[in-house]
Design a protein. Structure first.
Length: 243
């Protein structure tokens, strides 16, 4: 569990505790082997008894600091490395990581604002507009491709009023509501009720004479059908038995 993400104040507590422990241990080492203020310093060789005592205390307390740091890192309360050699190098990495995280948070805020604007935009366009009335789709006078005068109407209206479609189906024109219509040449086209409707002949069914059927023919056909069914069932059972 990431304790630091759940309780962010623990990170500050852990950092302060680690800093105090390190400072206290260093001061303790200084009190044991270091000179007092305003005291005469006696210079001794590097391999002398004082240097040996200092080295032992430093190794012992460095090990304690290492274990404490690893304990905090295991609980996600201390993020920096416990090894002193890598701290300066990783300090720049932490700076870059924090900068990248800050930029990512800003980008997420921008994306959230964009999503809110999209929701508002969809709310404006989701409303269903009323069906336009006849006055909104009434066409203006127009000319067909062959020079006939007409009126721009919807294709549904033209197809319902006139039989002859091949002359005006290619004459597209804009209606007042923005939808494409067709130019209907009304001056020469007659309404449907005054014209002869187009009649499509129905397909002729083939006719054939059926000869007389006797009872013997019916019995023979029934026997053949019964034999066919029995053979079918027998074959199916054999296939099932064979798997």
């Amino acid at each position: 569990m990431n304790v630091n993400s759940t309780f962010p104040e623990f990170g500050r507590i852990a950092g302060n505790a680690y800093k105090r422990l390190k400072t206290g241990i260093s001061d303790t080492i200084g009190d044991i082997v270091g000179p007092k203020p305003n005291a005469d310093i006696e210079y001794v060789p590097n391999n002398g008894p004082v240097d040996e005592v200092y080295s032992k205390h430093r190794e012992r307390h460095s090990g304690r600091l290492q274990r404490i740091c690893e304990f905090f890192r295991r609980g996600r309360l201390h993020r920096r490395p416990c090894n002193e050699r890598h701290r300066d190098r990783d300090r720049g990495r932490d700076r870059d990581r924090f900068r990248d995280e800050e930029k990512e948070r800003e980008r997420e805020k921008d994306r959230q604002r964009e999503r809110e604007r999209e929701k508002d935009r969809y709310k404006e366009t989701d409303d269903i507009k009323p069906v336009p009335g006849p006055e909104e789709v009434s066409g203006k006078p127009c000319k067909t491709s062959d020079g006939l005068l007409g009126t721009c109407e919807s294709s549904t209206y033209c197809f319902s009023q006139y039989n002859d479609m091949k002359d005006y189906v290619v004459n597209r024109c804009p209606l007042s509501n923005g939808v494409h219509g067709v130019c209907c040449p009304k001056e020469v086209r007659k309404p449907l009720e005054t014209r002869v409707p187009i009649r499509i002949p129905l397909p002729v069914l083939p006719s054939a004479k059926i000869k007389h059927i006797s009872l013997e023919d019916i019995d023979r056909a029934a026997a053949d059908a019964h034999r066919f069914i029995e053979n079918y069932i027998k074959t199916e059972r054999e296939l099932i038995d064979k798997g």
